[in-house]
Design a protein around this ligand. Structure first.
Ligand SMILES: C[S@@+](CC[C@H](N)C(=O)[O-])C[C@H]1O[C@@H](n2cnc3c(N)ncnc32)[C@H](O)[C@@H]1O
Length: 263
């Protein structure tokens, strides 16, 4: 029996399963039974409007690109240069297959860990950093490295969050004790105080989920890494722009990876 091009593509899609991104490869969906529905297309529909509709001439870095859904969408918006990085070979193979099948051969996919973004050696007009932070053991380090090495202007950020969506007014400085006492201050117990929940074992059966910030914590970490928040179209989605890094005048705050031999 002759094998059609569609049959061959279906076989390639199946060989790389399971897919986290459902991408419509001209009638062949990569994850038609996704537990979140038509994911991430349905999710993107909720905040796509915060991004520039026209990215002509712009460069985009998609960190944790997975099968390339967002990389493709940015190319559809006219981005001149799109680079997708991921630490997982199978996801990168999915991304290459999907973009080839859709005819987007101008997207570059590279195996690179977020902690290695300095190796890219360039800044991008738009960084997409979605769905990765909570998988990292060192989330603030990742934000610091992105800010220092690759963020050129905008960043679209998303993270899984837990706890309250309220955002408490936080004072610029905190007293050690409740005034006039030796009692612990109460502000840390406010559900809207920035909090990061540490997941020692597994979350949703996935041992790579290490952290779950609340909404206030996501916002505070972004600001602390030198990103001003322009929009927050959904509690867990933030559009940011590079801004001065707080306390940068005192030198690097993070414990950065070693750059060379000690003097
Ligand atoms: C939940 S998926 C999110 C995919 C996509 N960004 C999205 O929002 O739909 C997390 C992705 O991040 C990648 N990833 C996890 N840790 C990473 C790391 N340290 N560096 C680069 N990519 C990472 C995973 O391989 C996976 O493709």
């Amino acid at each position: 029996m002759p094998v059609t091009e569609d049959d061959a593509l279906r076989a390639e899609v199946a060989a790389l399963a399971p897919w986290f991104h459902n991408i419509d490869l001209n009638g062949i969906p990569t994850a038609p039974d996704h537990f979140l529905g038509d994911y991430p297309r349905d999710k993107f529909a909720g905040f796509a409007q915060v991004l520039p509709a026209d990215l002509t001439g712009k460069s985009v870095l998609d960190i944790g690109c997975n099968a390339g859904f967002y990389s493709v969408e940015m190319k559809r918006r006219g981005a001149e240069r799109v680079v997708g990085i991921d630490s997982d070979d199978r996801y990168l193979a999915q991304a290459r297959l999907a973009t080839r099948a859709l005819g987007f051969d101008g997207i570059e996919f590279r195996k690179l860990d977020v902690y290695q973004v300095a190796e890219l050696g360039e800044r991008f007009d738009l960084v997409i950093f979605m769905g990765v932070l909570y998988h990292l053991r060192h989330p603030l380090l990742a934000l610091d490295l992105i800010r220092e090495h690759v963020a050129g202007d905008l960043m679209l950020f998303q993270t899984m969050q837990q706890g309250s969506d309220t955002i408490a007014e936080v004072a610029e400085n905190h007293p050690f004790f409740m005034p006039g006492t030796y009692d612990k201050p109460r502000y840390f117990d406010d559900p809207g105080y920035p909090k990061m929940h540490f997941i020692e074992h597994r979350y949703a059966d996935d041992w790579t989920n290490w952290w779950a910030p609340n909404r206030a914590c996501s916002a505070a970490m972004l600001r602390a890494a030198g990103f001003a928040i322009l929009d927050n179209p959904e509690p867990e989605v933030f559009l940011c722009r590079t801004a001065p890094v707080p306390y940068a005048q005192f030198g690097p705050a993070a414990v950065y990876p070693a750059k060379g031999a000690a003097a």
